[in-house]
Design a protein around this ligand. Sequence first.
Ligand code: NAD
Length: 280
Amino acid sequence: MDGNRLRDEIVADLRRTIEAAGSPPVCLATVLVGDDGPSQIYVRNKHKKATEAGMVSRGVVLPASATQAEVEAAVAELAADPSVHGILCQLPLPDGLDAESVLALIPPEKDVDGLTERSMGRLVRGQVGHVGCTPLGVMRLLERYGVATAGKRAVVIGRSTLVGLPMVLLLGRKGVDATVTLAHSRTPDLVAVCREADIVVAAAGSARMITAAHVKPGAAVIDVGISRTEAGIVGDVDFDSVQAVAGAITPMPGGTGPMTIACLLENTLAAARMQGAFPT
Ligand code: NAD
């Protein structure tokens, strides 16, 4: 399941849609606080792909010394600006800053990361809203590569609000209809739990923890984890051994990472529509 390829398809589709509507400005704003290297790379890539999709992007950068009030003021200004349709606050914030109260300032229509309590509440209640980009990206990969979900067993490893929890909700939604198990660091006998599954989504952040022994022959395996090791960046899945038994597998890199950006841009166009700034 090639995430780079699907991301490129989605970006090209978004560009066609925006151009066909006469290119009204669709604007994604990012807020980056401090000088965390990976965060800077993530934000740069988001702007680059937004431009490729025919969107406008605005980057607010604050120093690591920014106060809580300064970060909140920057987000509040974007929230009140009608020319900004989507707001992404790059996490984690530097130590000492409270992300929750910053996120709370993002109105649900502009919450293209789907992380605020109102967006999460909408997901739980089945209401229209933005869904987190990483779990949404996993769903797009399953759809695009024809992985059946209805009546299938899925295991999600990891229970964060960023990935694991929304992933469980999306897989269990009406219309998707998987039977979902949520596994985590206190799950005994993870091998046995995973071997029951037709779909394994690994979002634990534990390098190469999923081996061939965890995977039922033919199962689809999606690797969300990112671990920085001496050998470079590796996923939760031991790709070489698992690909021999899996029916479908995402590479790392090149799987879920690019899909996270694609879904951020999808959400940004949806945000512009929700705000009446783009034809439905
Ligand atoms: P997190 O640390 O908040 O949550 C990790 C979860 O995994 C926890 O619920 C924990 O119980 C579980 N876990 C940890 N070790 C485990 C083990 N050995 N066995 C079973 N469960 C275990 O992390 P997160 O924010 O959910 O992110 C998970 C991973 O996904 C991280 O590596 C992160 O870098 C990566 N990530 C990737 C993308 C992407 O675009 N591909 C996006 C977001 C996060």
